[in-house]
Design a protein around this ligand. Structure first.
Ligand code: SF4
Length: 368
């Protein structure tokens, strides 16, 4: 059987406590449950990779907080993942910044992880507290130093935009602080209020539309000044450090998702696991989620990237919706004049202003 290289996502559904905004499938659990979850995930990786002839050229271990698994379980998981991972693969693990993380980082590095992603969110301890995060600004600084010491040369940091009470000046401080530790990559996501979270039950005041634009455009500009170039709506990197794993999602390439709540796209089909660790441990099947990779889906995902989507793909996708070529070309010219998109080298790309209204721009291009 020929071997096919795909991405691997492993979901670790455990956190020591829940942050006020978090809708990810994660909770505090006993050591026994963590062991059972890793057992099942390792079995699923082996079974799917062997039966499908799969190897992994990108791996992303996320959650939840993978590092709450503890050394033994992490080593076991990484050993299994490593059996099917290509030598030059990008292997990312998420970690919460903590001053006591050096030993764990060393285990990750020795286990083949070569990219670490820290959730900083904010450099203001008051904002971190309001989000329900357990770490401080100092913890993050110490965690990054520890990561460098144990040999990580590819570090990403998550920053949150639109935190209740965040001002342009506190955001500027966060961006100055995070860029001062010179990460190779930054993800900057706007806070979204999700229904079944403490924020959803008791919604805080969020920035209005004008403030949101100001916050977003300021972030794009400030990160570009620091050499972190935007390559996706919410992602910025030094040249050559774009997340290879996440690019798979936006380029509609195949990936296997393992663990409860994980999504997969393999052989043209999308499927996922329910948000239910008990069901997952008892070996229930994945839920089918239809075909993936349609022209429309590919165009929509590529338009999230600064590399944009080929005009030909947009024309074909819009054509399926009954929108003629002339209408699409007219829209592209209009978006160009409005500063919302560019049209160069046969590709249409949104500008930062365009990303602010990306749903409307994408709908206009594909549905007229
Ligand atoms: S640490 Fe991350 S996954 Fe865990 S509750 Fe907080 S935001 Fe959610």
């Amino acid at each position: 059987m020929s071997v096919r290289s795909v991405g691997l996502y492993v979901h670790i559904p455990f956190c020591n406590s829940k942050c006020n905004y978090c809708d990810f499938y994660s909770f505090a659990a006993s050591d026994e449950l963590k062991t059972a979850c890793v057992d099942r995930e390792c079995a699923e990786i082996i079974q799917t990779a062997e039966s499908g002839g799969l190897c992994f050229d990108t791996v992303y271990i996320g959650g939840g907080t993978p590092t709450v698994l503890g050394a033994g379980e992490l080593e076991r998981l990484l050993h299994t993942v490593g059996r099917f991972t290509l030598p030059d693969a990008e292997v990312t693990c998420e970690a919460n910044p903590s001053s006591a993380i050096e030993d764990t980082l060393r285990i990750l590095r020795q286990g083949g992880v070569n990219r670490i992603s820290f959730g900083l969110q904010s450099a203001s301890d008051a904002e971190l507290k309001m989000l329900g995060r357990r770490h401080s600004r100092d913890d993050f600084e110490q965690a990054v130093s520890a990561a460098r010491r144990v040999g990580f040369d590819n570090i990403s940091a998550d920053v949150m935009l639109g935190i209740p009470g965040q001002t342009l000046s506190s955001l500027a401080d966060t961006l100055d602080f995070v860029t001062s530790v010179q990460p190779e990559h930054i993800s900057a996501y706007m806070l979204k209020i999700e229904k079944d979270t403490p924020f959803g039950k008791n919604p805080p005041q969020l920035p209005d539309e004008d403030e949101t634009s100001e916050i977003y455009l300021y972030t794009c500009e400030r990160l570009a000044q620091a050499g972190l170039l935007q390559y996706e709506i919410s992602n910025f990197a030094r040249h050559g450090y774009e997340s290879r794993h996440n690019l798979r999602y936006w380029r509609c390439e195949e990936y296997l998702g393992v663990g409860p709540a994980a999504h997969s796209f393999l052989g043209g089909k999308r499927f996922y696991r329910e948000r239910d660790l008990g069901g997952y441990l008892s070996g229930g099947p994945a839920v089918e989620d239809g075909e993936g990779g349609s022209l429309q889906e590919r165009a929509m995902l590529l338009l999230r990237l600064t590399e944009g989507a080929p005009l030909e793909l947009i024309l074909a996708a819009a054509g399926e919706n009954g929108v003629g070529e002339d209408a699409v070309i007219k829209t592209v010219r209009l978006l160009n004049r409005q500063g919302l998109a560019t049209d160069e080298g046969g590709r249409v790309s949104l500008t930062p202003q365009g990303f602010l209204v990306s749903n409307a721009v994408t709908a206009r291009l594909l549905f007229g």
